[in-house]
Write a protein that binds this ligand. Structure first.
Ligand code: PEP
Ligand code: MG
Length: 317
């Protein structure tokens, strides 16, 4: 990390022509939240709550979870939002104390929100913990792996039932856009939520039909593939019809070659790995929105991810 980037880490990320981009952090713990705030994060764009479930011999209780989410809300203070993603296990993320049935295609099986419906008490306990903590800060709830509108409605209904039981104010609700059907249906999903956050790791895996952890295929998995960018474009257009914002919390949000293209596509929030916060903020300040839009438009017409990367030479190239 460069000294100059650290010095300006607390200044907002505004492009040369005055367009603000929120730079938030992807975190897994309270300690990450502290580090993120110390490096100038403007919020938490993704709390991967599964880490708290994976590092213990059993699921954390409602009180334990409330303590974790409340702690994060307090570290962020009243103005910085934290997006709490509900438990995203299954697929590549097993929970040792909750044996999952063998599946032939676990990435197409009971992952993310589908697992939450299979284990409703686990899901409801987590929702109650988030709602209880939400009185301490600006917490938002985000559901992972939504592929069908019915799933979103079921997840929202569970949240609303628990909210009414606890008698606390409503929280903002968003979904991960990481299944191609959700990006394609974005305009219809946008009527039902407050925001989208694009999970480019899974969106790329499902769009290109390549396992994200596959040792041979992983190098071909590039979120800058024009097919993935086309889905992000569709999602942003759908979202804008209903006035909701779109962020990116997948890996390409922290990729300097992707940043100008994502901003050009209309992404309003980049949730990035903690250590890259100062450099991504510095990069945003060096950009011009009009030029980013032009870059994004050209990227959408290209044929390969390498061609897209060639549009944005890395510093020193
Ligand atoms: C993603 O899929 O891009 C994402 C951010 O979620 P995860 O990597 O936790 O699956
Ligand atoms: Mg994902």
């Amino acid at each position: 990390m460069r000294a100059a980037e650290l010095q300006t880490a607390f200044e907002p990320a505004i492009t040369q022509d005055g367009h603000p981009v929120e730079v938030a952090a992807n975190i897994g713990s309270l300690k990450d939240a502290e580090e993120a705030v110390a490096l100038g994060a403007e919020g938490v764009g993704l709390l991967r709550t599964e880490f708290a479930f994976m590092e213990r011999p059993q699921a954390p209780t409602e009180d334990e979870q409330t303590g974790i989410y409340r702690g994060i809300a307090e570290v962020l203070g009243p103005d910085k939002p934290a997006i709490i993603r509900t438990l995203d296990v299954g697929g590549d993320k097993p929970l040792p104390y909750l044996p999952m049935p063998h599946e032939e295609n676990p990435f197409l099986g009971e992952r993310g929100i589908r697992f939450g419906f299979d284990q409703p008490e686990l899901q409801r306990t987590q929702l109650r913990a988030i709602l209880r903590a939400s009185t301490k800060g600006k917490l938002r709830v985000m559901f992972p792996m939504i592929g069908r509108i019915e799933e979103l409605r079921m997840a929202k209904a569970m949240l609303e039932e628990e909210r009414q039981r606890l008698d606390v104010p409503p929280v903002e609700i968003g979904i991960m856009l990481e299944v191609p059907s959700a990006a394609i249906m974005a305009e219809r999903l946008a009527k039902e939520v407050d925001f989208f956050s694009v999970g480019t790791n899974d969106l790329t895996q499902y769009t290109l039909a390549m396992d994200r952890g596959h040792p041979k295929l992983a190098p071909c998995l590039d979120g800058l593939h024009p097919a993935v960018l086309g889905l992000i474009d569709l999602a942003v257009r759908g979202a804008s019809q209903h006035g909701i914002w779109v962020g990116v919390c997948g890996g390409i949000g922290s990729d300097p070659q992707a940043v100008p293209i994502l901003i050009g596509l209309g992404i309003k929030e980049l949730s990035v790995s903690v250590s890259t916060i100062p450099s991504i903020k510095a990069q945003v300040r060096s950009l011009d929105l009009a030029r980013c839009r032009d870059l994004a438009e050209r990227a959408l017409t290209l044929e390969t991810a390498s061609e897209v990367r060639n549009l944005v030479p890395l510093e020193g190239d």
